[in-house]
Ligand binder design. Structure first.
Ligand SMILES: [Zn+2]
Length: 328
């Protein structure tokens, strides 16, 4: 019978738009992969039923005996109690408040389940699955709508006392700066996320700065972060200022991480890294300028290599690790 002795782990990555799932063998090879729409507006019960169905489909598609599935790792966007397996609040998922997801999912599927913060899972996925990753100490910053992150020290994911370690997007980089929905001011993600870069250009134009993007700010055609990047490359002063400031804020955050954690590697991930050298160049240059000169303990700053599968890969790897710790 095919797959009789194969042991595999499932990884599920729940996002506001899509839910991705994969089945990984013990060498982290993807045996099956599938993505469905989240339909977050339908509420918890509906999305939970869709996740259960996705798990069953993945097992069938991988052609593995159910007894060969060691565990299911699930990445969830939002604060959680990792030890209790409870999702506290996922702001992008309607009705996901105080959900004992691990217990509910284990009961429904009969499988061992582990839940993780989605940004932590993505960082761990990039750590174990990125082909050029040689560092044991790594910090990842995911630059998307907001800025998420994850910290790996000595090869282990760092969760912290309250499971919120790695919230790099809420490091304060400008005291008294821009207000953040989290309640602080001057958070990194209010300057250097894809959303913040677009918002800041719009604010600059509305405040009277001239820019080739003004027609888009006032017109019906939507302004994207890619537009701001392109205009900055082409010498538009307002776009250049906003882009350069975002890169400097990121570099300052990297310097702070360097001094607190001393990682060998800082990985930049998320949609913003599609800008390539236009992002990496200024961040690396500003890092060199801003960091101390008394010791050459500089981390490499590199782009992520896994793309959208990092979250499901990391969720599966962390589930496997949790099992190993329990001696299963
Ligand atoms: Zn914040």
């Amino acid at each position: 019978m095919p797959g009789m002795s194969v042991r595999a782990t499932l990884g599920i990555d729940i996002g506001g738009t899509n839910i991705k799932g994969g089945v990984l063998d013990e060498q982290d090879r993807l045996l099956a992969r599938r993505a469905i729409e989240t339909r977050a507006e339908e509420g918890f019960e509906a999305s939970f039923a869709r996740i259960v169905a996705l798990i069953e489909e993945l097992i069938a598609e991988a052609g593995i005996a159910r007894s060969g599935i060691t565990a299911v790792g699930v990445g969830v966007p939002g604060p959680m109690d990792h030890a209790a397996g409870v999702v506290r609040h996922a702001p992008n998922l309607d009705g996901w408040v105080d959900i004992p997801l691990r217990t509910l999912l284990s009961e429904r599927t009969g499988l061992t389940c582990v839940i993780e913060n989605d940004a932590n899972a993505a960082a761990f996925g990039e750590f174990v699955g990125g082909t050029q990753r040689t560092a044991t100490d790594m910090v990842m910053l995911t630059l998307g709508t907001g800025i998420g992150g994850g910290v790996i020290l000595g090869g282990r994911l760092v969760r912290g006392r309250f499971d919120n370690a790695g919230e790099v997007g809420h490091m304060i980089v400008a005291i008294g700066g821009r207000a953040c929905p989290c309640g602080q001011r001057g958070c990194l993600e209010r300057y250097a996320s894809a959303n913040a870069i677009r918002e800041r250009l719009i604010e600059a134009v509305r405040a009277g700065e001239t820019s080739v993007l003004a027609p888009q700010v006032y017109g019906s055609e939507p302004l994207t972060t890619e537009d701001v990047c392109r205009a900055a490359q082409e010498g538009d002063q307002a776009a250049e200022r906003v882009w350069e400031e975002a890169c400097r804020m990121l570099a300052a955050a990297c310097v702070n991480l360097q001094h607190v954690l001393n990682p060998g590697l800082i990985v930049l991930a998320g949609g913003l890294i599609n800008a390539g050298e236009a992002l990496l160049g200024p961040v690396r240059r500003a890092f060199t300028e801003l960091t101390w000169k008394i010791c050459e303990d500089y981390p490499r700053i590199e782009p992520a290599v896994l793309g959208g599968d990092a979250g499901l890969l990391g969720a599966a790897a962390l589930a496997r690790e949790a099992l190993a710790q329990r001696g299963a």
